[in-house]
Design a protein around this ligand. Structure first.
Ligand code: ADP
Ligand code: MG
Length: 422
């Protein structure tokens, strides 16, 4: 049987050094500084951000690091370990939204898009810059590698332009960070052309170590809640299934469209505004076109039940910092119900996600669920510390038996949000 593949995060020192060395190798001289922004896992509250609901992410120790030096002109040169042979070159004067003449292709969009969005928001003109990226956030694993790129760039440009929006990691400027969240999100939506909600950027920008972030997607307000499961003898095991997920974009858009259609029929702006679940189901039965009826009911059922689960989860965390065995079982149960709802009503899971969840539960996890958008990506399991390895092994074996790609696993401890490293 195959060995477990553990993929722990690089240390901050290592990540910063890698970005710096890449910078010097490609551009010569020294970067002016190094900035870091993390990926995230969402503990619960999935596919509710664009419905105005709450979610509960933690920042991962896995992060993107950018080494940056401003330029005297408006050019931007970008390099990552994968692109050392073909450095990307762009100009801030000619970049524009996806689909326009100035469209930016590939990963560069996530970085220069932030400069574009800051200028659009009135924080310009900015100077050009040379930027070297090194990241250990797994790509396309539902752990938000894209927001890590955006937010690392956002705090770097903020610092270099002296905007003072981010503050420091120790003393964050919450309001200013909200502006950087918006700029990062616009980079993703407008320049990269990915129509995602604001969860990922908020998590990367606002999370603090030892805490989960309560994010209210209706007004993007945030607050911290202690999340110290280690004190209760537990860990959050992350299983990156490495399932291919080509369908993501279209499917994600269809789910959003379903929610919008349901909300329109129910006469609300966002599904979070639905007050009476039973009445909503009846209204959809009476008023949705026949071919859409069951689907819209199922989508709405997921969103409303997920919002209720997330609130219940947050209530427990906020009422009881040290989690009893009984509370852990309640939290695990909420995670299980979340996954089942995403599988049956929202239909965003794939066999790899379901198998990882089933195996983790069968081996004694308090609860397990997919995290992120779905259609591949990662599973999180709330487990007793001493069970983590056994569960990781059992999932690895189950995947091998089924001929799935070998999963990558790590333990997630809540890390800090975006900021300057050196
Ligand atoms: P997720 O954010 O869940 O990881 P996305 O599809 O939103 O998945 O973002 C993945 C994209 O982000 C990649 O296709 C690539 O363009 C960009 N990206 C992320 N990390 C890196 C990296 N280390 N180097 C280059 N591009 C990256
Ligand atoms: Mg992403």
């Amino acid at each position: 049987t195959p060995d477990i593949i553990w993929t722990p995060a690089a240390s901050t020192e290592e990540g910063a050094r890698n970005a710096r060395e890449l910078f010097t190798r490609i551009f010569g001289g020294e970067a002016e500084g190094v900035w870091r922004a993390p990926g995230r896992v969402n503990i619960i509250g999935e596919h509710v951000d664009y419905n105005g609901g709450p979610c509960l992410p933690i920042a991962l120790p896995h992060a993107a690091y950018v080494a940056v030096r401003p330029r005297p002109d408006r050019r931007v040169r970008l390099v990552s370990p994968q692109t050392v042979d073909a450095v990307d070159e762009l100009n801030l004067d000619t970049i524009g939204p996806a689909g326009s003449e100035g469209e930016v292709k590939g990963w560069a969009a996530y970085l220069v898009g932030v400069a574009w969005a800051l200028e659009q928001a009135g924080y310009g003109p900015l100077t050009g810059f040379d930027i070297a990226l090194w990241s250990c956030v797994p790509l396309g694993a539902g752990l938000s590698s894209s927001a890590a790129l955006e937010c690392a760039t956002a705090v770097a440009l903020d610092d270099l332009a002296g905007l003072g929006l981010a503050g420091t990691v120790e003393a964050p400027n919450k309001e200013g960070r909200g502006i950087l969240v918006t700029a990062s999100r616009r980079a993703e939506n407008d320049i990269a052309g990915a129509n995602t909600g604001g969860l990922d950027q908020s998590a990367s920008m606002h999370c603090t170590h030892g805490h989960a972030l309560v994010l209210d997607s209706r007004d993007m307000s945030v607050r911290q809640t202690p999340f110290d499961i280690a004190a209760s003898g537990c860990e959050l095991l992350v299983i990156d299934t490495r399932a291919p997920h080509q369908l993501v974009d279209g499917q994600y858009g269809q789910r959003r469209a379903d929610c919008e259609a349901a909300a329109a029929i129910l006469g609300v702006n966002l599904l979070v505004d639905v007050e009476d679940y039973e009445a909503a189901m009846t209204a959809l039965a009476d008023n949705a076109p026949e071919e859409d009826r069951e689907r819209l009911q199922a989508r709405t059922r997921h969103v409303l039940s997920e919002i209720a689960r997330t609130k219940a989860f947050i209530d427990i965390l906020e009422s009881e910092p040290l989690l009893s065995e009984e509370k852990l079982q309640v939290l695990g149960g909420l995670m299980n119900d979340s996954h089942d709802s995403l599988r049956d009503d929202y239909e965003v899971t794939v066999p790899e996600l379901d198998v990882a969840v089933d195996v983790a539960r069968a081996r004694g996890a308090y609860g397990a669920r997919m995290t992120g958008g779905g259609f591949g990506g990662s599973v999180i399991a709330l487990v007793k510390t001493e069970q983590a390895e056994e569960i990781a092994r059992a999932v690895t074996e189950a995947f091998a038996e089924r001929g799935f790609a070998q999963p990558h696993v790590f333990v997630a401890t809540p890390a800090d949000g975006a900021g300057r490293v050196e």
